[in-house]
Every structure is written in structure tokens, then in C-alpha cells.
Design a binder for this molecule. Structure first.
Ligand SMILES: CC(C)(COP(=O)(O)OP(=O)(O)OC[C@H]1O[C@@H](n2cnc3c(N)ncnc32)[C@H](O)[C@@H]1OP(=O)(O)O)[C@@H](O)C(=O)NCCC(=O)NCCS
Length: 339
């Protein structure tokens, strides 16, 4: 297992890399806790107390993961003052791509007019955007590419079991995007560190078991509802608090708490965020959270929050922006920028 806070590019970075553009998109349809009360045996009070979630967004029938990704990417291109054809690489972090293959990135590239780009998907679940960003950043740092789009996008509502109160209340749909370029072009958000870690063998803790080579689609897999997400909530809760607190602690040890301007964690659950912040003895006002409005949107959660934190004026010039993410795998990692 990799050291959880070893910068992925330590000692090897040849170009400084920053963020040239940010974007986010969430579907219009709102599913409230009250709506869920009509579907499963739950209550607004239970959901708010245990998770901090009040509502989440749900893709319309004619929207797919690529549809959401395109909107977020367009906003990021706009923010960067860039045209789709300028992109050199398009990465899509998702576990709910339009289809198992081809990659959603290929559809995304086509719709954006990214005719000079290559692209592929990265399946890192809730850590997907943080992982894909490090691939992109290292591509730019090495000099191989100069304009790389990373989108985290999910339509989780299509793999949620709205008969299972353990999972269906927690998740929502959305997309967020970032464009990475050399720092002299981007002029903000310099990448200074990151990590990608995993411990395997957790298929029974958080997974969509059906549809792959292990449990291919069959009448039996459908009958057992294996194509829906399954989760052992308590185990995930403990794992998330442990790795989230560990990532923050290492960054504090390395840079000092005063250097941190804002923490934008994977928007997993308000109680997980509060427990981790309590463990590292840092105030909650350092954290940007939008979990009450969107729930957990997996790979989309960090980039949606990143753009919203930016719009809310939460980035402080010269201070650190820390993005810890964690989820299925189990896998986790972080991105560390200096704004
Ligand atoms: C799911 C989670 C909110 C449950 O909270 P919790 O504090 O562990 O719940 P408790 O142990 O107090 O209660 C569990 C009970 O609540 C019930 N419950 C689960 N979901 C419920 C819901 N939506 N409404 C009402 N009751 C619910 C369970 O069936 C269980 O009942 P039982 O004791 O009769 O079996 C919490 O474990 C969690 O957030 N885990 C992490 C999940 C996550 O974020 N996953 C994605 C990571 S990327």
C-alpha cells in the first residue's frame, strides 16, 4: 500500500501545474427526504440526523452520465476561456458511465468538439476525480500534454435500489469538471501534492456486484437485485473517518494547520466529516460542505464542491486547498493545491 500522503510527483515534476477552469452541473429534479419517506421506511429526521442530507438531484429520463458531464465541462471550458478543440486529453471519472464501453470520455470528447484529444474513463468510485486529476496533472507536469479536462460525473440514481433504505437516501446525481494546464497559463490552484491508496478485498462492503465478469447479467442476478449498489454502512463509516482524518493529519504535520485555507472533502456524510475533523482537532468552519443539497454524488462530489467553494469565495490566495476523497475499493487519496 502506498504512503497515503506521498506526493505522486515528488522529485519528478518538471512543470508546475494549475487549474485553468472549473465547472459543475446538477440536474434540475430535486428528490427530498419527504419524497423518500413515500418510497421506503425512513424519515426526514433520521436522514438529517445521521447524514446531514436534506435533498439530492436526480437525472431526467433523457439524461445520462455524459449529458451531465458535458454541461460541467462546458462551464469549465468557459471559465478557462478555452474551446473544446484545444483540449488534448479528456478523462472521465465515473462508475456509472453511459455504457460499460465505449468510455463515456469518448462521447464527452465528441460533444465538446475535442477533435484533437484522446480520452478514457477512470473507475475510482468516490475517489475517482482525485485519482483522475493526478493522472491529468502528471501528464501536464511531464510535458506530454498541456490542456487536460477531468470530469467526475455520476448518475447513481440508475444503480440505486429504491427499496433499500440503507443506500437510496444517501446518493444523488451530478457532474463537476476541472481543466489542468501549466501554472503560467492557469495562474491559480497550483498542485503541490496528492496520493492514491487502496486496500482491496472490500467487494462485500460497498459495491455494485452485478453486471461484470463476476456476476454477469442473468435472470438470477436480476432476481437477487445484484445490479443495484450494496453497502455495509457501519464499516464504510469507520473506514471513511479513519482515512479522512489520517490524510488531514499528515498534511497538518507537513504544512501546519494555519496554512490550510479550506478543506473540500468528498461529500460523503456530514457526521463522517464532523467526526474526522474532531479527531484531528480542527474547526468545522475550515470545511466546505454542500451535502445537504446534493447527497453523495461519488466521483462528482469533489469537483462540484470545488467549483461551489470557488464561487463562494472560499479560496484564499496563497493558502492550501485540501481535497480528501475515499470510497469503494476500499480506495482513498487526496489532492493538495496552493491557491
Ligand atoms: C448508513 C448510515 C447513515 C447509518 O447510520 P448509523 O448511525 O450507522 O445507523 P445506526 O447504526 O444508528 O442505525 C442503523 C439502523 O438504521 C436503519 N436504517 C438504515 N437506513 C435507514 C433509513 N434511511 N431510515 C431509517 N432507518 C434506517 C438500519 O436498518 C438499522 O436498523 P436496525 O438496527 O434495526 O438493523 C451510516 O452508517 C453511514 O453514513 N455510513 C457511511 C455510508 C456512506 O457514506 N457510504 C458511501 C461512502 S463513499
Amino acid at each position: 500500500m502506498a504512503d497515503p500522503v506521498q506526493p505522486a510527483t515528488a522529485g519528478r515534476q518538471v512543470r508546475r501545474v494549475g487549474i485553468a477552469g472549473l465547472g459543475r452541473y446538477v440536474p434540475e429534479k430535486v428528490l427530498t427526504n419527504q419524497d423518500l419517506e413515500k418510497l421506503v421506511d425512513t424519515s426526514d429526521e433520521w436522514i438529517v440526523q445521521r447524514t446531514g442530507i436534506r435533498e439530492r438531484r436526480i437525472a431526467a429520463d433523457d439524461q445520462f452520465t455524459s449529458t451531465l458531464a458535458i454541461e460541467a465541462a462546458k462551464q469549465a471550458l468557459d471559465d478557462a476561456g478555452m474551446k473544446g478543440e484545444e483540449l488534448e486529453l479528456v478523462l472521465c471519472a465515473t462508475v456509472t458511465g453511459d455504457q460499460p464501453f465505449p468510455s463515456t470520455a469518448c462521447r464527452l470528447g465528441l460533444e465538446l468538439g475535442a477533435k484533437n484529444a484522446g480520452g478514457f474513463d477512470i473507475a475510482g468510485a468516490c475517489s475517482g476525480f482525485v485519482f483522475a486529476s493526478q493522472v491529468a496533472i502528471n501528464m501536464v507536469a511531464s510535458g506530454a500534454y498541456s490542456k487536460v479536462l477531468v470530469v467526475g460525473a455520476e448518475v447513481l440514481s440508475r444503480i440505486l435500489d429504491y427499496q433499500d433504505r440503507n443506500t437510496c437516501v444517501l446518493f444523488g446525481d451530478g457532474a463537476g469538471a476541472a481543466i489542468y494546464t501549466p501554472l503560467e497559463v492557469a495562474k491559480r490552484g497550483e498542485f503541490i501534492g496528492g496520493s492514491i491508496s487502496m486496500e482491496g478485498g472490500a467487494e462485500d462492503i460497498l459495491a455494485q456486484p452485478g453486471g461484470g465478469s463476476r456476476f454477469p447479467a442473468s435472470p438470477e442476478s436480476i432476481e437477487k437485485r445484484l445490479h443495484f449498489m450494496k453497502m455495509g454502512g457501519t464499516k464504510v463509516f469507520r473506514f471513511a473517518v479513519r482515512v479522512f482524518a489520517g490524510l488531514v493529519r499528515k498534511v497538518v504535520e507537513q504544512y501546519g494547520a494555519d496554512e490550510i485555507g479550506v478543506i473540500i472533502p468528498h461529500q460523503v456524510n456530514q457526521r463522517i466529516i464532523e467526526s474526522a475533523m474532531e479527531q484531528v482537532d480542527l474547526p468545522m468552519d475550515l470545511v466546505f460542505s454542500n451535502i445537504d443539497r446534493y447527497g453523495n454524488t461519488s466521483a462528482a462530489s469533489v469537483p462540484i464542491a470545488l467549483r461551489e467553494a470557488y464561487d463562494a469565495g472560499r479560496m484564499e490566495k496563497g493558502k492550501l486547498v485540501l481535497m480528501p476523497a475515499f470510497g469503494a475499493g476500499m480506495a482513498w487519496g487526496h489532492l493538495l493545491l496552493r491557491w
